[in-house]
Design a protein around this ligand. Structure first.
Ligand SMILES: Cc1cc2nc3c(=O)[nH]c(=O)nc-3n(C[C@H](O)[C@H](O)[C@H](O)COP(=O)(O)OP(=O)(O)OC[C@H]3O[C@@H](n4cnc5c(N)ncnc54)[C@H](O)[C@@H]3O)c2cc1C
Length: 427
């Protein structure tokens, strides 16, 4: 019987433990927190969007170092598919239902139900769970792997490292998994926050960068003595609206998506923006000039919008752009355009509001990380390290350089890579 140690009791670690135990191994899970699945409980606004029914899901993943990783992910999903995920959960007693066609949630609407059935299965399979143990090193001794914690070592035949990323470190994923992997000599990429809000500024010539505390729109002199208004973007904070978001890097189109955009004090947020942050993060990391063009009225043509504004100006010559926009934009967005006097120019800006991406929110405020253990270090059929001296070491979950958009993709990756790693660790 093989002895398998799993490091991390998150989504990937629990799935790896179940797979290894079902394969007949003796399994120990080492978790540095006091409780299992702390991040899992936060997922999907505590409802847990546990997988996706998107038929093209493999195309939606990316790695930081190698760009598209759909071939790698597809091979992993051939070992453990979305149907396998749904069947396993149903086997364990979890009933699920899809919303918006592809987003799968437990019917209870509670992430704790997902954690509960996983823990039930761990118990049924007599998997040993140890809490408050942080793994600090992995070494090789006499044909066995030794997993070291503060004051104790666990000898084993194989190890699954499932320590997560650096996203929301308060859930336990504090980046220590990357250090364990580096300690083994594995190539780990840079790590960036992804699925997060984008900090940005309006790029209009008449706007200076926003200075907190100085009222927006107020004329101020720049170093050259030229008068310029403050960036009015923060005035829109709190407004949500439907938009089509196009992303350009160094002038080249890289991605777009349509949905609800939320304006914040420092930029833009919402699911669409989270998805776009996977592209803007990579492009900024490469030192590119990144622009977001927001079409704030995606269902109205520019001609129709211009015509409407021109007609309003004719019939209401004493009114202002603010007045003309009352029935066209949510109130919070009007200050962004009210200084424009020309209807065609205002329509152009509303159809393509240009924002320059300046950065992103930090690791405390992102859902996943881009980057991780390089995929060239791993066999996708087993999630085992390719290097001969690392045979028996498997990597699972977000620790690998794979990230997906919002909508169940990242948990599906955790389940599938976890199951694949655990099963082969036990063989
Ligand atoms: C707010 C939020 C909402 C999300 N919503 C969704 C969603 O609805 N759908 C979706 O698909 N994805 C969602 N995600 C992403 C998803 O939760 C993660 O991709 C997934 O949980 C990663 O699983 P993991 O097992 O790889 O890592 P984690 O869940 O982070 O687990 C890693 C575990 O390893 C432990 N650990 C770390 N280092 C050590 C060490 N040295 N020794 C011992 N233990 C260690 C940690 O304590 C932790 O328990 C969301 C993420 C966040 C933050």
């Amino acid at each position: 019987m093989k002895n398998v140690v799993i490091i991390g009791c998150g989504a990937a670690g629990m799935m790896a433990a179940i797979a290894a135990a079902r394969e007949g191994a003796q399994v120990t899970v080492l978790e540095m927190g006091r409780k299992p699945g702390r991040k899992l409980l936060l997922t999907g606004n505590s409802r847990c969007n546990l997988t996706t029914l998107d038929p093209d899901l493999c195309e939606k993943y990316a790695s930081l170092e190698d760009g598209s990783c759909s071939a790698f992910v597809r091979t992993v999903y051939e070992q453990f598919s979305v149907s396998d995920t749904l069947n396993l959960f149903e086997d364990c007693g979890l009933l699920t239902a899809a919303e918006h066609e592809t987003w799968v949630y437990p019917v209870t609407g509670k992430s704790e139900s997902v954690l509960g059935v996983l823990l039930g299965e761990l118990q049924r399979l007599k998997i040993k769970l140890k809490y408050n143990v942080e793994v600090t090193e992995i070494s090789r001794q006499d044909d066995m792997w030794q997993v070291h914690t503060d004051g104790w070592s666990y000898p084993c035949d194989s190890v699954v490292i499932a320590c997560g990323s650096r996203a929301v470190p308060s859930t336990g994923s504090n980046g220590s998994g990357y250090e364990l992997c580096r300690g083994l000599g594995l190539d780990v990429t840079d790590i960036l926050p992804a699925l997060t809000a984008i900090k940005c500024r309006l790029t209009r010539e008449d706007c200076r960068p926003f200075t907190p505390g100085v009222s927006s729109g107020k004329a101020a002199e720049d170093e050259s003595g030229k008068s310029a208004a403050m960036d009015p973007l923060p005035l829109a904070a709190g407004t949500r609206t439907a938009a089509l978001v196009n992303v350009y890097a160094d002038g080249n189109f890289i991605a777009n998506e349509r949905g609800q955009v939320q304006f914040t004090q420092t930029g833009v947020s919402g699911i669409v923006i989270f998805n776009m942050s996977r592209y803007t993060g990579r492009a900024l990391h490469e030192g590119k000039d990144v622009r977001l063009l927001l079409d704030l009225l995606p269902d109205i043509s520019q001609e129709k919008l211009t015509g409407t504004l021109e007609r309003l100006r004719q019939v209401r010559p004493d009114d202002s752009m603010r007045g003309f926009l009352t029935g066209i934009l949510p109130p919070g967005l009007i200050p962004l355009f009210e200084t424009e006097t020309d209807p065609a120019a205002a329509a152009g800006q509303i159809k393509a509001l240009e924002l320059q991406a300046l950065g992103h929110r930090d690791f405390d405020n992102c859902q996943v990380c881009a980057g991780g253990v390089r995929l060239t270090e791993l066999y996708p059929k087993t999630m085992e390290c390719v290097r001969n001296d690392l045979r028996g070491i498997h990597i699972a979950g977000e620790l690998a350089d794979v990230d997906g958009p919002c909508g169940g993709y990242n948990l599906q990756w955790a389940w599938a890579s976890g199951y694949t790693a655990g099963r082969h660790a036990a063989m």
